[in-house]
Design a protein around this ligand. Structure first.
Ligand code: SF4
Length: 347
């Protein structure tokens, strides 16, 4: 087996350059790398389908490499068309991805880590702790596995599943390159969103790279004390440093930031909370998404009623912010990240 084809480095997850290097080492002409990339990054289940590759090369690939680093373990279908996938990795770990169909597009929400070390109190993945980072191949293959099941590639990709994507920075950048590249999945950079809990130094690094993705920040409280209670990361990077990093990010990338605000009844949905949020976000190029919290089993946060969510939205609007309420999808299949994996492991 070649050195680059370890568990971490399945065929899916290789850049065109890396495939060229592999073909060179195997004594193949360089155009084979283009052919291989074209097959790898479309929904193709087996090497046997790669009809323009010689049989001997397909045999060598089958013998010496891993094709797909993920496989589908279970699928849950929601009444609204949302599908939640439990995927197994070759070391037996489990991750989740969610497919969300809409009228004019389709979105896949993917995971970046097995578990997560950030410990947000409203999150089922946070409650499971950190296991390991995903490889770029395991990240990209989530999109391909769902595309194989659905029969088409989703138009949008959001890194909002299990894990903190910015804590797995190298694999994140490599997977974005493959998802976006014309030789890869060819999904537009504007159709890719990366969500973070607020790792300030990495937000700054990402801003300097100037990728053109959409950055989404899980804020959930506009007061340091309150935010630290639900998001331990805030003790390291408080709101002042986070906001400074976000202003700099907008200056560096000219991209509007999405602010995620999970509304928790009686915790962060008062008039005072709204006024603090308006003050904090004033002057930042951003759009606020209000998300009625999805209560987790054994969790202490409660979902507010819709009229309370709408009241909070109008307070923010009156304060000059752009705000939407995120429509819940897949509520009947527990589509929030970490819930399915948690249940599977309990059974
Ligand atoms: S919300 Fe995101 S960052 Fe926080 S624990 Fe869950 S997966 Fe990790």
């Amino acid at each position: 087996m070649s050195a680059i084809m370890s568990r971490q480095e399945a065929l899916i997850g290789q850049t065109l350059e890396e495939l060229e290097e592999l073909m060179r080492r195997w004594g193949e002409p360089s155009y084979r790398a283009d052919q291989l990339a074209q097959w790898l990054y479309r929904p193709v289940a087996s090497l046997d389908e790669m009809s323009n590759l010689p049989v001997r090369l397909r045999d060598q690939l089958a013998e010496e490499t891993i094709h797909h680093p993920c496989s589908i373990q279970a699928i849950r279908h929601s009444r609204d068309g949302t599908r939640k996938y439990l995927l197994s990795l070759d070391d037996g770990e489990l991750i989740e991805s969610v497919f969300i169909p809409e009228t004019d597009r389709s979105t896949i929400c993917i995971s970046s880590q097995v578990g997560c070390s950030m410990g947000c109190t409203f999150c089922a993945t946070g409650a499971q702790g950190m296991v390991r980072n995903l490889t770029a191949g395991e990240i990209v293959d989530q999109v391909l596995q769902v595309a194989l099941d659905m029969g088409h590639t989703p138009s949008n990709v959001v890194f909002m599943g299990m894990g903190e994507p910015l804590a797995n920075y190298a694999a994140l950048l490599k997977s974005i390159e493959i998802i976006n590249a014309p030789w890869g999945l060819n999904i537009g950079i504007r159709q890719i969103t990366v969500s973070t809990c607020g790792l300030v130094p990495v937000i700054r690094r990402l801003g300097k790279v100037g990728l053109g993705i959409t950055l989404a920040v899980s804020l959930h409280a506009a007061d340091d004390q309150k935010r630290t209670r639900i998001m331990p990361i805030n003790a390291n990077y408080g709101l002042e440093s986070l906001m400074q990093a976000l202003h700099d990010y907008v200056r560096d990338t000219n991209r509007r930031i999405t602010i995620e605000y999970a509304l928790m009844a009686g915790f962060n949905d008062s008039e005072i909370d709204a006024a603090q949020l308006v003050r904090l976000l004033g002057g930042l190029l951003c759009h606020v998404n209000l998300i009625p919290v999805n209560p987790i089993r054994g969790g202490r946060h409660k979902r507010p009623r819709l009229d309370e969510v709408e009241r909070f939205q109008s307070l923010l609007r009156r304060g000059g912010l752009q705000v939407s309420i995120r429509k819940e999808r897949g509520g009947d299949i527990e589509a929030a990240c970490g819930q399915l994996r948690g249940q599977w492991e309990e059974t």
